[in-house]
Ligand binder design. Structure first.
Ligand SMILES: Nc1ncnc2c1ncn2[C@@H]1O[C@H](COP(=O)(O)OP(=O)(O)OP(=O)(O)O)[C@@H](O)[C@H]1O
Ligand SMILES: O=C(O)c1ccc[n+]([C@@H]2O[C@H](COP(=O)([O-])O)[C@@H](O)[C@H]2O)c1
Length: 198
């Protein structure tokens, strides 16, 4: 099974962008590029989720979402992966635990849009995620204020890296998180689904 997983060079800083990607869109590409720059990452892996544990409705089949993601993102530092399906995880805490065991010399950073930080305290073992890996949060329209007011932001305020130090995030010892106010793209998978284009 190991050989089917993406390759990581020892010591690399790899951002993990987990998502339903149902469908993938320009917003995903945009925050990936911003994360590479702002957090000085070597690579970003898109973790196309078998299904968000908090979403009742299942997404389109994995093969369709993977193909659409690969057709959309052509960046030499981005890998589109079905890692979670391969290792049999769905909850992020478990995914990170497994990846850290599989890649002991890789520095993983969990990435998410601001809307997800607002919900983060509802995730399974969310505090353990904060204790395991640095977390990079990227601005999203309508997501900034709920993110700043979130339970996770309040609980971990003293471990927040100021945005001017975002380049240090991948080297920081967790808990460590950083909110970067990047230019925003107002686009979402739900809007695309609602317009019938998926
Ligand atoms: N336009 C965007 N700006 C910033 N972050 C985004 C944007 N679109 C998606 N993200 C982030 O990318 C990750 C994966 O998102 P996801 O695949 O759920 O897309 P989505 O557009 O949020 O989907 P949906 O509308 O179905 O909830 C999440 O962390 C989400 O916050
Ligand atoms: O682990 C959890 O409890 C959990 C709850 C909600 C979302 N997640 C993860 O967050 C990522 C974004 O999910 P989504 O559906 O908003 O794209 C994706 O990798 C999900 O598996 C994880």
């Amino acid at each position: 099974m190991r050989y089917e997983l993406p390759h990581a060079v020892d010591g690399q800083a790899i951002g993990l962008l987990g998502g339903s990607f149902n469908p993938p869109h320009a917003g995903h590409v945009h925050i990936t590029r911003e994360a590479l720059k702002r957090f000085s990452l070597d690579r970003v892996w898109w973790l196309v989720s078998p299904g968000n544990p908090l979403k009742a409705e299942g997404p389109a089949p994995m093969e369709r979402r993977l193909a659409a993601a690969r057709a959309l993102v052509h960046h030499p530092s981005v890998d589109v992966t079905d890692v979670e399906a391969r290792i049999g995880t769905r909850f992020t805490a478990e995914t990170i635990e497994r990846l850290r065991r599989l890649y002991p010399r890789t520095r993983f950073v969990w990435l998410m849009g601001a809307d997800n930080l607002a919900q983060f305290h509802k995730w399974d073992r969310w505090e353990q995620i904060m204790e395991m890996v640095p977390v990079g949060v990227l601005a999203r329209p309508d997501g900034r204020m709920p993110a700043r007011m979130s339970k996770a932001a309040a609980r971990y305020e003293r471990w927040r890296l100021p945005a001017r130090e975002s380049h240090m995030l991948a080297r920081a010892t967790p808990p460590a998180w950083c909110f970067v106010n990047v230019p925003m793209l107002d686009i979402s998978s739900s809007e695309i689904r609602a317009s019938g284009h998926w």
